[in-house]
Design a protein. Structure first.
Length: 407
């Protein structure tokens, strides 16, 4: 543990993907998320950026880290650790030649350009496979690469609106609401990382690479989970239900004497335990609450009943009672409190890299949200700070020349 209570990662060592080389032509969120997952697991990720400008998210602040011209957005910092950066103008023939050499030396090439851009530069799978049949290419698109959607740009907020996510988020009588973080981009990046690893595994059998694609829209529809299944299977089209669940009661926040407590009694056994913990065994025989379907019908009545009991004590007091009874319950935390709680629960949510280097002109230890992946032998590590634009350009070019000399 560090002095401030955050957890240091294991000392940098061999990761599960140290054999993997990734050429990352993506920017913003979904693509960089996918490549950061691979990088955390040990892959050598080369981030190709525009000269002078770099990834757009470098300027997406506040919040900022650093001062003046060296300040970098925390948005960028949260998605680009463990990568090396080289600045290349793909419209310049000399730089494009370098980009092609990087791609041909990689196991995986990732992009999230508009459909057709990589082909125009000769960096798509068809153009690379003649010299490198094992290459795996991955494109993150907004709405797919075929049909009318191929021409549309995709952003998380736009896809939340178009995918139905906003239609089911927010109060029942309120406006459609986006999720507070870029969950569609996040899902898309995770699906892309899974697809890439599946292609790597398949290549071990066949020796051949392939092209994989994940679109924001498709990831968002898959992310609807039970709500999407309800439409596809039962032709439902649900609207917003606020903090209530469309299929489970009680499964929502309830007011206590001093705040709000989230309770998730998601099974008959948990319902029985909740009745006992709240001292209301009579609810078990009340026909309004006899089973989950009845409780769904009478959710308003049950909410009033539960809150009349919870009004007798504080959120903290009820949390002790309910957790002791084995009932899933928790406070509605702020982001700051969520990290404090996670630390108290033993999850070590913050990674610290104290390498003496600087980020954004500041030499303090670099802090980032820890990867949620735990592995006993090859855990994810933070080995590099997010790079400045072209920070490793000379190093990467020298590596290419050295490889040419060995060829």
């Amino acid at each position: 543990m560090t002095d401030d209570g955050s957890a240091k990662y294991p000392s940098p060592g061999p990761g599960a993907l140290t054999h993997l080389r990734v050429a990352d032509f993506s920017r913003v969120l979904a693509g960089p998320m996918a490549t950061m997952v691979l990088a955390d697991l040990g892959a050598d990720v080369v981030k190709v950026e525009q000269p002078g400008v770099g990834d757009e998210t470098r300027t997406w602040g506040p919040p900022w880290w650093g001062d003046g011209d060296q300040a970098t957005s925390t948005y960028y910092l949260g998605l680009n650790r463990n990568k090396r950066s080289i600045a290349l103008d793909l419209r310049d023939p000399a730089d494009l030649a370098v980009a092609r050499r990087i791609a041909l030396g990689a196991d995986v090439v990732v992009d999230n350009f508009r459909v057709g851009t990589m082909a125009r530069f000769g960096l798509d799978r068809d153009a690379l496979a003649g010299e490198h049949p094992g290459v795996i290419t991955c494109s993150v698109t907004g709405f797919g690469s075929e049909g009318e959607g191929a021409t549309l740009a995709g952003y998380d907020f736009l896809v939340q609106a178009m995918s139905g996510v906003m239609a089911i988020t927010g109060e029942a009588d309120g406006e459609p609401t986006k999720i507070g973080s870029a969950m569609v981009d996040n899902l898309t990046g995770l699906y892309a990382a899974i697809a890439i690893l599946a292609a790597v595994e398949q290549r071990r059998e066949s020796g051949e690479g392939q092209h994989v694609e994940v679109s924001l829209m498709s990831a968002a529809l898959a992310g609807l989970l039970n709500v999407g299944s309800g439409h596809v299977v039962a032709d439902t089209d649900p609207g917003r239900q606020g903090n209530r669940h469309p299929s489970i009661v009680p499964y929502q926040p309830y007011r206590t004497a001093d705040g709000v407590l989230a309770i998730a009694a998601a099974s008959p056994a948990l319902w029985e335990k909740l009745c006992a913990a709240l001292g209301r065994d009579d609810w078990r025989t009340d026909e309004r609450f006899a089973d989950n379907g009845s409780r769904m019908t009478h959710a308003d009545d049950l909410e009033a009943e539960i809150e009349s009991v919870l009004a007798a004590d504080t959120t903290a007091g009820w949390l002790v009672v309910l957790r002791a009874a084995g009932i899933p319950a928790g406070p509605i935390n702020t982001v700051r409190q969520a990290f404090i709680d996670a630390e108290a629960l033993g999850l070590d949510p913050v990674a610290v890299l104290d390498d003496g280097a600087s980020t954004g002109g500041r030499t303090e230890a670099f802090r980032s949200v820890r990867s949620p992946i735990r592995m006993s032998a090859t855990p994810p590590t933070v080995r590099r700070r997010p790079p400045s634009n072209d920070e490793h350009g000379a190093e990467i070019r020298a590596g290419l020349e050295e490889a040419d000399g060995r060829a």
